[in-house]
Design a protein around this ligand. Structure first.
Ligand code: UN1
Length: 496
């Protein structure tokens, strides 16, 4: 830890604190190694204190009328708007996505917070007729209690807010455990809630290793629900541990998202789509396009144009607005991505371009990898396993049916896309593609916060985030029967 490095603590019960003698870790800019700060490697005891604070704050927060909770969220949104440029730059420096996307990450957080603030005046239940006289039946939504938000590094302000804002508007209190690599972004997220006047204990931050803090959160009986976004292996572990304690576990995991380009597609449009979908965020989105499924009639022409565009693609300092793609997020990511280049070559895929780590000059200080394209047959590891980096597999197909078969034949099902001018085929694809999200004539990335987000198969366990689905994630339904007949009525038993 260098002398000038900024130090950050845990946020528990409305106070920033530094447990004495705590172990610490730093986060670094993946483009140049600069430090973004030093953070506390929390212990299970720290996690327990955060849970205790959240549990104590819960009754008061639950009693706070939802529209009042919404007013606080609106202030959080205003605060984040005011700080958008500053926080966007921190996102870019800590995670490596280009600055337009750093700002976009923060904008997605703002959009969702504002949307959830409005939800404070809805939180709707249902009214349903009774089979008996003078009896009223309805449902109301109630918070679950203390919830744990365990979040990834790739959307370090948006995804935490998807969870935190939805949990808070529903009346829960939260312990937030961010990916270690983006702890500084997590601090900035929490600061916006602090500045908006959120009562102490309602939102708590514990930084540190998943294996220590995450597990402590999952196993503590006071935590009633866990919302996790991350890799499939960790997700499975979270699910199993949570299941043992019969907790609600919400999982958002990986993807192997296809973009299909049919022979009647607008090729220029499809080209813009694949560039954004495959190489935006250096391919490090759950929704990134990692498979390009090309109809044989446009295969050569499309790849020629794609190559031409990538010749002009710039890779470099993500803070430079002229740069198209920044580094991958960490040394681990770099190792994983380069490992998949080697796997692709070993399994006989044709490396059409890229595949190397960029070196020389400023590149030597960061984790820069060329945009990489493999031509491969369906079924190879590179075309079926999630890579989470700038590697695109191209698959050649002869028909719509084959395209759908290939698209669906993977273990994930998050996002999907088809480019075609045939309206009938487009609607068929909506029915046929096995994914939680389908885009017509648009790339696999770019979900909007007011719509449900999530996937099928190994992408999750059936839940959805964002949109009104977010409220379902964080509330229990209470069914209420009000009998105003003045005498005992017996459902199913009284004569009809
Ligand atoms: C993710 O990669 O986990 O649709 C989330 C998108 C973004 C969200 C991605 N709005 O790409």
């Amino acid at each position: 830890m260098s002398a000038q490095e900024e130090r950050f603590g845990l946020f528990i019960d409305g106070k920033w604190e530094e447990p004495s003698g705590a172990a610490r870790f730093s986060t670094r800019n993946p483009a140049n190694g600069e430090s973004l700060g030093s953070f506390v490697a929390a212990t299970p005891a720290d996690a327990a204190r955060a849970i205790g604070a959240a549990a104590r704050a819960f009754p008061g927060w639950k009693e706070t009328p939802a529209p009042k909770r919404g007013e606080i969220l609106l202030r959080v949104g205003q605060e984040l708007k005011r700080r958008k440029e500053e926080v966007g730059r921190i996102v870019t420096r800590e995670m490596g996505k280009v600055i337009s996307e750093g700002r976009g990450d923060v904008q997605e957080a703002i959009d969702f917070i504002e949307y959830m603030a409005g939800e404070g005046r809805r939180l709707a239940g249902e009214t349903i007729p009774s089979e008996l006289h003078a009896k009223f039946c309805l449902t109301v939504r109630q918070p679950k209690g203390v919830v744990a938000a365990i979040t990834p590094w790739n959307f370090p302000t948006a995804i935490p807010n998807w969870k935190i804002a939805a949990a808070l508007i529903s009346g829960n209190t939260v312990v937030f455990k961010p990916a270690s690599a983006t702890s500084r972004c997590a601090v900035e997220v929490v600061r916006t809630y602090e500045a908006a006047g959120l009562p102490p204990g309602v939102l708590n931050l514990v930084t540190g290793a998943g294996g220590v803090v995450g597990n402590a959160l999952i196993e503590d009986p006071r935590v009633r629900a866990i919302s996790f976004t991350g890799g499939v292996e960790t997700g499975r572990e979270v699910y199993v541990r949570g299941a043992k304690a019969l907790k609600m576990v919400h999982l958002e995991l990986g993807g192997k998202n296809p973009q299909i380009v049919m022979d009647d597609a607008d090729l220029d449009l499809a080209l813009e789509g694949i560039l954004f979908g495959a190489f935006g965020t250096a391919g490090q989105r759950c929704t990134a396009t990692s498979r390009l499924i090309l109809h044989e009639k446009v295969y050569d022409e499309f790849l020629r144009r794609l190559n031409e565009r990538l010749d002009r693609f710039t890779i470099g300092d993500p803070l430079d607005p002229a740069v198209d793609m920044g580094p991958v997020a960490s040394a681990d990511q770099e190792k994983k991505v380069l490992g998949y280049v080697a796997i692709g070559q070993a399994e006989g895929a044709t490396l059409l371009r890229g595949g190397r780590k960029l070196t020389g000059g400023a590149y030597d200080r960061g984790y820069f990898i060329e945009p990489t394209i493999f031509a491969t047959r369906h079924g190879t590891r590179i075309s079926t396993e999630e890579i989470f980096g700038p590697i695109l597999s191209v698959l050649r197909v002869g028909s719509y049916d084959e395209a759908v078969r290939v698209a669906n034949d993977v273990s994930y099902g998050l996002s999907s896309s088809i480019y075609t001018r045939d309206v009938n085929r487009a609607f068929r694809a909506v029915q046929d593609l096995e994914a939680g999200i389908t885009y017509i004539n648009a790339p696999t990335i770019g979900a909007e916060v007011q719509l449900p987000f999530g996937g099928i198969k190994n992408t999750g366990n059936g839940g959805r985030e964002a949109g009104s689905a977010a409220i379902e994630e964080f509330t229990e339904i209470k069914t209420v029967f009000v009998d105003f007949s003045g005498h005992l009525q017996k459902a199913q038993i009284d004569p009809r």
